[in-house]
Design a protein. Structure first.
Length: 183
């Protein structure tokens, strides 16, 4: 909960209003519209929030303080990741409702796998670069590709192989983030 509060701290009221509007729009539209336009919009919304993952200690000079805690990496990486996953699942909640309503269980699993993958990518890139810019650039390129028909990271895949690949990539990226933090 503390990580979630840190992640959401300082957001203006309009950020929350925009998030609520995107969730509602995803909940009331068809699965096709949600998959092509609204889910990518909902998951680009927290770009600046996600880009802060793994970079706060570098930006604020708190690395020695955070590293002095027992099992700091084992505790901090998963909690930061889970806080970001919670935000993405909340923002994807309207899309999840639409997918459940349409009976597309595999796409619902794909949405969950994608919600796990995106924060892992943010953590890994932030831990290694020490800056939010690398994730912002990579995420914007992936988002732009999703809107233009390229294999989309920001979509909810229905193919079990793609879902499995996202889960494996999530685990690998969390390992990379832990190594970056340890470095």
């Amino acid at each position: 909960m503390a990580e979630l509060r840190l992640l959401l701290k300082g957001r203006p009221w309009w950020w929350y209003a925009g998030a609520a509007a995107l969730i509602a729009a995803c909940a009331v539209n068809s699965a096709g519209v949600v998959g092509l336009w609204l889910l990518p919009l909902a998951w680009i919304w927290p770009l600046l929030l996600l880009s802060e993952l793994g970079t706060g200690e570098h930006r604020f000079g708190t690395t020695p303080l955070l590293r002095s805690a027992p099992r700091a990496i084992v505790r901090q990486v998963p909690t930061a990741w889970l806080a970001a996953v919670a935000v993405l699942l909340l923002l994807g909640g309207g899309a999840a409702f639409t997918l459940a309503r349409s009976g597309d269980g595999m796409a619902l699993l794909g949405l969950g796998a994608t919600a796990l993958l995106i924060p892992a990518l943010a953590l890994a890139l932030g831990a290694w670069s020490g800056s939010p810019r690398l994730f912002e650039l990579v995420y914007l390129v992936l988002w732009y590709g999703a809107l233009n028909g390229l294999p989309a990271l920001l979509a909810a895949p229905s193919d079990p192989r793609q879902i499995g690949a996202r889960l494996l990539l999530t685990v690998a990226l969390l390992g990379v983030a832990a190594l970056g933090r340890r470095r």
